[in-house]
Design a protein around this ligand. Structure first.
Ligand code: IMP
Ligand code: MG
Length: 332
């Protein structure tokens, strides 16, 4: 804080939604900018209710937070309007005039292209929508009648908030290993997912950022095609308690143990200053629901220390259950 960038370290689904919703409530985040597009779903559990957010920032859980979608983002209009309704945030959400639009035709292109099918994309059409943007034929948010009430200049709002000392969060989507530049190309998404790219999409310069919080899950998962070092069979994953179904697409996730080499690379290239480690209870069931570090069993503490030693960044938040508040907060 005051300006923190949150990014995922692996292939998305590290639990960013949970971490972001916790910070929103705990730190009373004043303003949040979401980046990326509709392919990413951030899961938020609040008071027993589950939200899988494709467009609305996961900080919506704190009513004092201004919610924004940056100029670098790519907006799915129907999904945006549906989620604005479901989360009841009509009076505090804004979309940058220059954000681009993802249309039905892009989803069709994604689904019929043998190449894109082979990559196992989410099928939303984000790659084709970004291609269109690069061709400079894309529709922008300012061209869409239904978005008129929400239009704003996100970079101006975000920088004004930072300069006024407000608490600002830049919400990265997907994960570092899906980055177009640094991930497992061609099995990647259509954009760079690193912290620098998140700043660029939001319109905030690198000198304005105080912290980069890198979110790790205690094991790794991946949906779609592409390499996953140490991949388990589905049977092994079920036995370990690591078997997951994707929040966005309902697809089965593949899983593998935590990989320190990938974690180190993610910490370096994202310039991480802090780390979060989610789902520690999936590795050590005795951690479930713990809210203080002292409650953790010795082997869980050893794992946390090993992560810190190898990535060279303090693990400040530890997830121990699905609800936003199932967290050990080690920030002083
Ligand atoms: P696309 O982003 O839909 O083009 O899909 C490209 C690859 O990224 C596929 O392997 C997808 O499964 C993966 N992917 C895209 N967004 C997410 C996400 O939010 N979580 C996990 N995987 C994702
Ligand atoms: Mg997800």
């Amino acid at each position: 804080m005051p300006c923190t960038v949150i990014v995922g370290a692996f292939w998305g689904d590290e639990g960013k939604g949970k971490i972001i919703s916790y910070l929103a409530l705990k730190d009373k985040i004043d303003l949040c900018v979401r980046t990326g597009s509709v392919n990413a779903a951030h899961t938020v559990w609040i008071e027993g209710k589950r939200y899988a957010l494709h467009m609305v920032p996961a900080t919506f859980v704190y009513e004092g937070c201004r919610l924004l979608i940056g100029a670098g983002a790519n907006v799915h209009v129907a999904k945006f309007l549906e989620e604005v309704e479901a989360t009841n945030v009509k009076n505090r959400i804004g979309v940058d005039c220059q954000a681009s639009i993802i249309e039905e035709k892009h989803s069709m292109q994604d689904k019929i292209s043998a190449h894109l099918k082979g990559l196992g994309t989410t099928g939303w059409g984000v790659g084709p929508a970004l291609e269109e943007r690069v061709r400079r034929t894309a529709k922008l948010a300012k061209d869409i009648p239904e978005l008129q009430p929400y239009l704003t200049d996100v970079a101006v709002e975000a920088n004004n908030a930072i300069n006024a000392g407000k608490k600002v969060l830049l919400e990265g989507t997907q994960g570092f290993m899906l980055s177009l530049f640094y991930g497992t190309y061609p099995y990647v998404t259509g954009r760079d997912t690193s912290a620098s790219a998140v700043c660029s999409e939001a319109g905030v310069g690198p000198t304005k950022v105080d912290d980069v919080l890198l979110v790790f899950k205690s094991f790794m998962t991946r949906v779609g095609a592409g390499p996953l070092p140490g991949e388990l069979t589905k049977e092994e994953a079920i036995k370990q308690g690591w078997f997951e179904i994707a929040a966005g697409t309902g697809r089965e996730r593949r899983s593998a143990p935590f990989n320190f080499e990938i974690a180190k690379k993610a910490a370096i290239i994202n310039g991480a200053t802090q780390a979060a480690l989610t789902k520690l209870d999936a590795l050590y069931p005795k951690c479930k629901g713990a809210r203080t570090y002292d409650e953790l069993p010795l082997e869980a503490k050893e794992f946390v220390k090993e992560v810190e030693r190898q990535i060279g960044v303090p693990v400040v938040l530890i997830g121990t259950g699905p609800e936003a508040l199932d967290i050990i907060d080690r920030r002083s």
